[in-house]
Design a protein around this ligand. Structure first.
Ligand code: SAH
Length: 255
């Protein structure tokens, strides 16, 4: 009986994987990889058999059952199976289900952390998620629920809120955040394919968030609201070497 390493691949650029994750890939016999994994990571495990087990959203719930079964089956036949997950395995990665199934099968495993999309977006835009004195808390939320409603009681949950899986419903997210009590002029930073060569970022007032839909359509996108969405330095002072981002002014009246 082998073991399983859950390796966090990072948000899209192959070189954001950890050294530990890269080492385990180099030892793997089989890699079960999510969608959105940078193909460049295959170079770290040329010896392994790669199986693409990607799935998106709620429409493929049977896919998770198939992944669970594949994990147990492959671990029964190989010394090391790497389960490669996008971003950080512990953030919106359905890790608990896979841990449970391995536990029930008596299979040993480890989890290697990585860079989650929220952190990649903050780095991409140079907008720290926490701010001394003003941004003391950060929440990671999913904008995607079966009911397309934000879960929990109304009201901001943290000084900075980061919404995953938000790309397809920016208009609904705008409405719900306004209803939850965020001011209409709250800063919002929208980042898609953060850390990738074709990353895009835009900034908006909350009541203009829906206008970002076209720019980020069909791309993995996070929406950051509140303290961590505000520029840390005046935009005009960014060096010429700063990443080439699409910028939509937060307020049309701002020069
Ligand atoms: N485990 C992943 C999240 C998986 S859920 C992580 O830690 O990042 C998938 C969602 O993550 C996408 O819908 C999107 O909201 C976000 N996401 C993943 N990669 C991203 C990227 N490079 N840029 C922006 N958002 C990303």
């Amino acid at each position: 009986m082998g073991r399983v390493a859950f390796v966090s691949a990072g948000p899209g650029a192959a070189d954001l994987i950890t050294l530990r994750g890269a080492r385990l890939l180099g030892q793997a016999e089989v890699v079960l990889a999510d969608a959105l994994i940078d193909p460049g990571l295959r170079e770290l495990a040329p010896q392994a058999r790669w199986v693409d087990v990607g799935k998106r959203g709620f429409c493929h719930s049977t896919a998770q059952t198939a992944i669970n079964a594949a994990l147990v089956r492959e671990a029964g036949q190989h010394a090391l199976v790497v389960r490669l997950k996008g971003g950080d395995a512990s953030v919106f990665g359905r890790l608990e289900e896979e841990l449970r199934v391995l536990h029930e099968a008596g299979i040993d495993c480890e989890v290697v952390p990585g860079v989650t999309a929220a952190l990649a977006a903050a780095a991409q835009t140079r907008r720290p998620l926490t701010r001394r004195g003003q941004g003391r808390s950060v929440s990671l939320c999913t904008a995607m629920t079966r009911e397309f409603e934000l879960p929990g009681s109304p009201g901001p949950k943290a000084d900075t809120e980061v919404f995953y899986m938000a790309g397809r419903q920016l208009a609904a997210l705008q409405r719900q955040l306004l209803e939850a009590g965020w001011p209409a002029d709250s800063a919002v930073s929208v980042v898609s394919r953060a850390a990738c060569a074709d990353a895009r970022a835009s900034e908006h007032r909350l009541d203009q968030l829906a206008s970002a839909s076209l720019l980020h359509r069909d791309r993995p996108t996070v929406v950051i609201v509140g303290a961590g969405a505000r520029p840390a330095v005046p935009q005009s002072s960014l060096p010429a070497s700063a990443p080439d981002l699409d910028r939509i002014p937060a307020d049309p009246r701002t020069p």
